[in-house]
Design a protein around this ligand. Sequence first.
Ligand SMILES: *Cc1c(COP(=O)(O)O)cnc(C)c1O
Length: 395
Amino acid sequence: MAHDPLAFLEDDLRQLKEQGIYRPLRVLESPQGPRAVIDGKKVINLSSNNYLGLATHPKLKEAMVEYTEKDGVGSGAVRTIIGTMTIHLELERRLAEFKHTEAVLVFQSGFTCNSGVIPAIIGKGDVAISDELNHASIIDGCRLSRADIKVFPHKDMAGLRKVLEECKPKYRRMLVITDGVFSMDGDIGELPGIVKLCKEFGAISYVDDAHSSGVLGKNGRGSVDHFGLHGQVDVQVGTLSKAVGVLGGYVAGSANLINWLIQRGRPFLFSTSHPPGVAAACIAAVDILENEPELIEKLWENARYFKKGLNDLGFNTSISETPITPVIIGEGAKAMKFSDRLFEEGVFAQGIGFPTVAQEKSRVRTIVTATHTRGDLDEALAIFAKVGREMGIIK
Ligand SMILES: *Cc1c(COP(=O)(O)O)cnc(C)c1O
């Protein structure tokens, strides 16, 4: 091409490659299972958010096929025109019942939930107060809102109090946001402390339960249930794309909140709703969460077993307290090499470095699921031990 105005992208890409942080896509060539074929190699899969195995569950597949046959593959419009189908409302009713809130609204994804909900409730003259390790979609939602943004140190309630004290006289509304479970460290958000401070300062509380939906609390109801805080957190966001196994995000809260989001949640208003099969599969997932709690028990049993196994070998799993277990390596290139060697030996665990986490806290992140067998986990631990010793990470 004679004149390519996008030529600068080639330089940008080269720079990423030179820094060793260019990530090619891995390709899954099998269903998203505890063992999977990734880039042509059969491995133990420790990188999936399919915590409960619902992505391949027969009941969900059946529901999706049935509703696809019945109502088609697409909804044909945004929710606010004619893309609201009976099955969408049925899912929202079921989720509201499940979450013990007045109402629920489903968005296309957890990401669009955060990018839509935050700007719908705060704007210029307000402030978003966000944990420093909150997810990218929360950061984007805060930016889109045009409210000022303040960050408090991770889970530090004294730090949050200080920010609230400073902001209280200056702003109209204050919104305090935390992840329910933090996706890189697997630790649980400080929800009781946040609720207490929000009450004291008259701030709005907001939790993003993406990694807690279907994982934490009774039947996987999330972090509000885990801490016994029903009715005390103003905005709860969850995802239908991780443990629930399908696709989507939802907001649970008061009827006023939901009615307002129907008028002002931009992704809800301006982007097409889910195919009916997606909503039907999500309902089948809620049925399973309500009726088969043993799946969640198995998930936690596996998580405890694997974490203990890693610790006994001498690996540093940091502050994890959920099925997300990082293995801290330190330097970025070493974490990537560890991940690559694990892969060669038959385990897929994603290496994660800067800018996702601090450079000196580069890591390999593992997620065990309810569908891993003891044999899978023992084999994975043996491979971690072998590669860890070979690279001098453990003795
Ligand atoms: C994964 C994730 C999201 C995005 O959810 P999707 O449904 O995949 O769009 C939002 N917030 C957090 C904390 C997440 O981990």
